[in-house]
Design a protein around this ligand. Structure first.
Ligand SMILES: Cc1ncc(C[n+]2csc(CCOP(=O)(O)OP(=O)(O)O)c2C)c(N)n1
Length: 378
């Protein structure tokens, strides 16, 4: 063979140690957000589930309105409303088994309530009264997290530990679009995928991180695409379609429970209210934009599906509204009672074993309170 013929036989090959770890194609999200309501897929949805979702959405909307009203009455310091995002909130709570864990952000009071947390206790933190306000172990709902994305590594740690112990537990962690820019988001997703931890990450892409629109947050094609870089499936879903969010999350939870590892779900939704009662949303978005999203309201979408198919009538709608009103009346009455607080509770449940500094501060406060009481008697 001539030298030229030998050269012709040469084909460039990858470096010997190189091989793709996973085929990226199955991990990629759909081109468009997955929808059920108003499509052929709706016929397969369980009517009882749809009715349950509907009642919960109505209750959730009323809860958001009541909590927002309480901020105006001075009964609540701050409330980050999830009006417009109720489908995500409710579905996240309903897809979990009792033994599972929910890791909410500050916006996800409704998910906590839908999972069984007392509606008043869920607001205690936002009233500034007491640490978390509810016992996280009672309904397996971690504390509402204000530092962005910190709940995500917590969820991964819990899920990984459960798996090592042989417990059949899934953790579902919720985060906003802005939270995906945090280091904790990266660390959580990376660890979850490497460990194949039974976690579901639900990103509620509601368009804004306070006033920062998604376009200034990321250059990724979608937030669901971020999953591929970590080696987990990314799913894109219409976050206002309660049936679709429920189905996608159910699949992701099942996948995690079966040992398939984590999933990143991006739910495309919209925050109809301001960021909190302390925010003026008209400074950064137009009324037209808000109106466009009102036409895609999660309650209206589900109500149309149910009434069109004869699964819900006027009496059914009224009964869901009455139940929501009763919940709101109870919430109002209980939130209007002045809480009885012991300042010494500040030190309770911070650490299993208080640090020397905490003990010192505790003694100081006790002395100050005693001195104050003595002063009051003089
Ligand atoms: C670590 C950290 N940085 C900044 C903030 C201040 N902050 C509170 S809410 C928020 C926007 C978060 O937006 P997003 O994650 O999209 O969630 P959304 O409020 O829309 O639900 C910011 C920057 C914070 N709470 N924590």
């Amino acid at each position: 063979m001539t030298v030229m013929e030998q050269r012709g036989a040469y084909r460039p090959t990858p470096p010997p140690a190189w091989q793709p770890r996973t085929d990226p194609a199955p991990l990629l999200p759909d081109a468009e957000p997955y929808r059920v309501l108003g499509t052929e897929a709706a016929a397969k949805a369980d009517p009882e589930l749809l009715r349950t979702l509907y009642a919960q959405l109505i209750r959730g909307r009323r809860y958001n309105a009541q909590a927002t009203a309480l901020t105006k009455q001075g009964r609540l310091a701050v409330y980050p409303s999830s009006t417009g995002q109720e489908a995500c909130e409710v579905a996240a709570a309903l897809v979990l088994e009792e033994r599972d864990w929910l890791f909410p952000s500050y916006r996800d009071t409704l998910a906590a309530v839908a999972r069984g947390v007392d509606p008043v206790e869920a607001l205690t933190l936002l009233r500034g009264d007491w640490h978390t306000g509810y016992d996280p172990y009672e309904h397996r709902v971690a504390p509402l997290c204000t530092p962005l994305a910190t709940q995500l590594p917590h969820a991964v740690g819990l899920a990984h530990a459960a798996r090592l112990k042989g417990d059949d537990v899934v953790a579902l962690a919720m985060v906003g679009d802005g939270g995906t820019s945090e280091g904790d988001f990266h660390e959580a997703l990376n660890f979850a995928a490497v460990w194949q931890a039974p976690v579901v990450f639900l990103v509620q892409n509601n368009g804004f991180a306070i006033s920062v629109p998604l376009a200034k947050q990321t250059a990724a094609p979608t937030l669901a695409h971020k999953a591929v870089g970590y080696g987990m499936p990314g799913r894109l879903v219409d976050g206002n379609d309660a049936a679709a969010v429920h189905e996608v999350l159910t699949d992701a939870v099942r996948h995690a429970r079966a040992g398939g590892g984590p999933t990143l779900v991006e739910a495309v939704t919209y925050r109809l209210d301001a960021h909190t009662n302390a925010d003026d949303a008209t400074r950064y978005r137009t009324d037209d934009e808000v109106e466009t999203w009102r036409e895609h309201d999660p309650i209206a979408l589900l109500e149309r599906e149910l009434t069109d198919r004869g699964l819900l009538d006027e009496a059914g709608i009224q009964s869901a509204r009455d139940a929501a009103e009763a919940m709101a009346a109870d919430l109002r009455a209980r939130m209007n009672q002045d809480p009885v607080l012991d300042p010494m509770d500040l030190f309770a449940d911070v650490y299993a074993e208080p640090t020397p500094q905490l003990r010192e501060q505790q003694a100081q406060l006790r002395a100050e309170l005693a001195a104050g009481q003595e002063g009051a008697h003089r």
